[in-house]
Write a protein that binds this ligand. Structure first.
Ligand code: PLP
Length: 401
């Protein structure tokens, strides 16, 4: 008998988005101000669409036809990434792996590391890390992960653990908190990993939103991170590729454990598991580095950030405590006294028709918070602006009392 993988039964039931959909289904879409969105809202830029279409048409001609591409990505895109993103960091093409985004890579990377593993996770964090480790049987009721506590002084800064961990997942700026690690905080993690011979999987999904000068865009800006960290990047949020699908992994060839080289293992893994990302999509991704397109993309991110900044300002004028929202499109809002995450979700929905995401859906430490997103269309923002201006004038509970 073929037994099915029983590790699936160790997955926590996550009703988060299903429950949000259920609770909001009683309202028409137009009456809601949906600030719960984690997806992009602005359309793909037309020069990128043109590059993709042109590449598709190249495939209609026998002389320019592209079949299977290199498993780890075309050299033209790796070169563009190295020149534009890692210019001073001295990586080479074989250390860049083109992917279909962060999700498919960061959820399997643990397969390169032999178990049993001591895993460390931020709390709250993107749930896919935890769930993929559960499916892989690496975390289970007998081998639970360590969660980094946040200190009172620096909420949501993951504090360095006292115990020795093998594999650490860090996301900066983090989803859902929107909090980014500064240079000193990130250096403490790199030093910890080097000292404990751990590997850091560094999720940089929101790197393009970083504006603070003391927040590194890449973990490799920290000295010696090449000896302990693998970085995951994506065009999803930086260039509106959530539907097109393209990203990359930087796996340095300087990480060695038990006489094996991590880069060589990942190269082998990709060669076995992947037939590469489609040529047109890689051409589209290459176009994002065109100087004119880069400017347009920066404006797009800036406008998401401006929207986020407005929301954060309005929330603090309402006397509410917020985190994040400076180097990320997410604001983590502390619920008012006496409200759980879901209770405040219900209050905002019922009283103000505002949709947010309960922080408790991202981990235990997310309880007592909700996530608001600035990844919204201009028209949603216009409605949100009017709503928040009215709330600031009349107070949050005006309709409630
Ligand atoms: N990592 C984080 C922290 C995310 O929030 C998301 C998407 O929301 C992803 C990864 C997925 O990225 P991709 O679209 O590149 O698979």
């Amino acid at each position: 008998m073929a037994n099915l993988n029983s590790s699936f039964s160790n997955l926590k039931q996550r009703y988060l988005f299903a429950l949000i959909a259920e609770k909001t289904s009683a309202y028409s879409k137009n009456e809601l101000i949906n600030l719960g969105i984690g997806d992009i809202a602005r359309p793909l830029l037309s020069p990128i669409a043109d590059a993709v279409s042109h590449a598709v048409y190249e495939m209609t001609c026998v002389d320019t036809l592209k079949g299977y591409g290199p498993e780890t990505g075309y050299s033209f895109l790796k070169k563009a990434i190295l020149e534009n993103e890692y210019e001073k960091l001295n990586f080479q093409e074989h250390e860049i792996f083109i992917s279909e985004g962060i999700n498919p890579e960061i959820t399997v990377f643990h397969e390169l590391i032999s178990s049993p593993l001591k895993v460390g996770l931020q709390d709250p964090c993107y749930p896919a890390y935890h769930d993929s480790l559960v499916i892989g049987g690496l975390i289970n009721p007998k081998n639970k992960p360590s969660y980094f506590n946040s200190s009172e002084l620096s909420p949501f800064f993951p504090s360095i653990p006292k115990e020795k961990l093998d594999l650490i997942y860090l996301c900066s700026p983090n989803n859902p908190t929107g909090v980014a690690l500064n240079r000193t905080e990130l250096k403490a993690w790199v030093d910890y990993a080097l000292e404990n011979e751990s590997i850091i999987l560094y999720d940089g999904a929101y790197e393009s939103f970083i504006r603070s000068p003391d927040v590194p865009k890449s973990i490799y800006e920290i000295e010696n991170a090449k000896y302990c960290a693998v970085e995951f990047r994506s065009f999803s949020k930086s260039a509106g590729f959530t539907g097109l699908r393209c990203g990359y992994v930087v796996c340095p060839d300087t990480i060695e454990k038990n006489n094996l080289n991590l880069n060589q293992l990942w190269t082998k893994y990709k060669t076995i598991r992947s037939n590469g990302v489609s040529y047109p999509v890689q051409k589209g991704a290459e176009k994002t580095f065109d100087p004119e397109v880069k400017k347009l993309l920066k404006n797009q991110i800036d406008s998401y950030l401006d929207q986020t900044k407005f929301l954060k300002q309005a929330l603090s004028e309402l006397g509410l405590a917020t985190f994040g929202g400076i180097d990320a499109p997410f604001i983590f809002l502390k619920t008012p006294e006496g409200y759980t995450s879901w209770e405040f979700f219900d209050f905002l929905l019922q009283e103000h028709k505002i949709v947010v995401v309960p922080g408790s859906g991202f981990g235990q430490n997310g309880e007592g918070y909700v996530r608001l997103s600035g990844l919204i269309t201009e028209s949603t923002f216009t409605r949100a602006k009017m709503k928040f201006e009215q709330l600031v004038k009349c107070g949050l509970y005006e309709t409630h009392r």
